[in-house]
Design a protein around this ligand. Structure first.
Ligand SMILES: Nc1ncnc2c1ncn2[C@@H]1O[C@H](COP(=O)(O)OP(=O)(O)O)[C@@H](O)[C@H]1O
Ligand SMILES: [Mg+2]
Length: 418
């Protein structure tokens, strides 16, 4: 729910609550005053007619005198007066109210406001007078004043709400300066990504050059050393010299292997043909030969063969660095490397069962953290993150499920449909 909608609902709720409370208070107040007013009017009318009924006998036929009296009295406020002869015939009824004649409050309102009062009967020789409390005018007055107040309140609340919404809209609307800042930041971010991409490309280029130099220069020199050693061995009679040249040959062969390994690391096959699945399988094979003490489980999902050079290389370099980190820092016996392509993104996670980040005693825990807290001592994770972010992805480090360390990254694949 948006902030604006939430504020809207809050204000509307408060206003509604205010209106309901106001109405309840008014209804209660009016009900009590109607009760009191009608009760008092009824009591006075009963007293007055009681006295009149007693005196009426002195002036002849009581019912006739009373009808005359009542006709001259006309309507008494808040009471309906009727006179019945003993045989039940209605001889007199007070006229209807002229005040707001023809109007009534709605039935439900009348029922709610009606005071609880009984009719009073006064007996006469040969007749009876019935005095019925009638609150209809007072209830109508209450209804009229309450509707006016309610409408006024509603109007006030609506105006208040409208003004508040306008104010909120103005308050929450991003200013032109905000928009400019946002655009500038976005541009800066894109620029940073581009710069990182260029730097990474430069680094890869430099690695290629180094690999070439190493291969051509050092490789050829080592080969030359071996050839010279072989020719010395052939031309000498001395046992010591033969043994010496054999040793030189052996060391040179080891050096040759090392150079080749470094060349492969600097310029992996993935650079020649960007196929992440093949490159990771290669990496796995080499790992098992060189580090048999650390089991590497590879789990690949989806087609990783045509991810493009940038994504393939970034993912490969990140995996390389994460595996190196396990060797350097983790003391693990097992690594789980999972790479999958699905829902328009490439996900990779490298998890070990080693000592975990906190065990190394560097400030900040790895669990749930970003890269920032983990980069106290090196640039490996920073570099990984830069690579991934340059391609619009993200990288996180966390504690592994078995207490080790986990690096996970996500790279968007805009070419894939979700
Ligand atoms: N697999 C791991 N197990 C434990 N700690 C790790 C692991 N990977 C990285 N770390 C911690 O994160 C730090 C930063 O790693 P990195 O940026 O690659 O730098 P470096 O490897 O040069 O120390 C390491 O120094 C180490 O403390
Ligand atoms: Mg490292």
């Amino acid at each position: 729910m948006s902030l604006r909608l939430r504020l809207n609902l809050l204000v509307a709720g408060l206003n509604l609550g205010f209106l309901v409370a106001l109405t309840w208070l008014l209804v209660d107040n009016h009900r009590r005053s109607i009760q009191e007013e009608v009760e008092a009017a009824h009591r006075v009318t009963v007293q007055m007619l009681g006295t009149a009924a007693q005196t009426s006998r002195m002036f002849g036929s009581a019912p006739m005198v009373m009808v005359d009296y009542l006709q001259s009295l006309k309507r008494v406020r808040a009471n309906v007066i009727r006179l019945y002869s003993n045989d039940g015939v209605l001889r007199y009824e007070s006229p209807p109210a002229t005040y707001k004649a023809g109007h009534r409050a709605p039935d439900w309102f009348e029922a709610r406001m009606q005071p609880r009062l009984q009719a009073t009967v006064i007996g006469l020789p040969g007749a009876r007078i019935e005095i019925v409390p009638d609150a209809s005018r007072s209830v109508l007055d209450a209804w009229d004043s309450m509707s006016a107040i309610f409408l006024l309140g509603l109007g006030f609340v609506a105006v208040l709400h409208g003004a508040l919404l306008l104010f909120l809209r103005r308050l929450l609307r991003p200013t032109e300066a905000d928009a400019r800042r946002l655009v500038a930041t976005t541009l800066q971010l894109a620029e940073n990504r581009e710069v990182t991409r260029l730097i990474q490309a430069g680094v890869e280029e430099e690695r290629k050059r180094l690999a070439r130099e190493l291969h051509d220069e050092l490789g050829q020199s080592v080969t030359a050393i071996r050839l010279i050693a072989a020719s010395i061995a052939r031309s000498t009679e001395s046992d010591g010299a033969v043994q010496g040249t054999a040793k030189i040959n052996e060391i040179a062969a080891g050096l040759y292997d090392s150079v080749h390994r470094i060349v492969r690391e600097l310029r992996p096959a993935v650079l020649e043909q960007p196929d992440l699945a093949a490159a990771l399988a290669d990496l796995g094979r080499e790992w098992r030969v060189r580090h048999p003490q650390v089991e590497l489980a590879l789990e690949l999902e989806g087609d990783l063969g045509d991810l493009g050079e940038a994504v393939t290389l970034a993912a490969f370099r990140c995996v390389q660095e994460a595996l190196t980190n396990v060797l350097k820092h983790a003391q693990a016996s097992r690594i789980q490397l999972a790479v999958s392509r699905r829902d328009g993104r490439l996900e990779a996670s490298i998890e070990d069962n080693g000592r975990g980040f906190a065990a190394e005693g560097v400030a900040g825990g790895a669990a749930g953290g970003g890269v920032a807290g983990v980069t106290a001592s090196g640039h490996g994770l920073i570099g990984m993150r830069e690579r991934v972010v340059a391609l619009g992805g993200s990288l996180e480090t966390a504690a592994g499920a078995e207490g080790g360390f986990r690096v996970s990254m996500v790279l968007p694949l805009p070419g894939d449909s979700e």
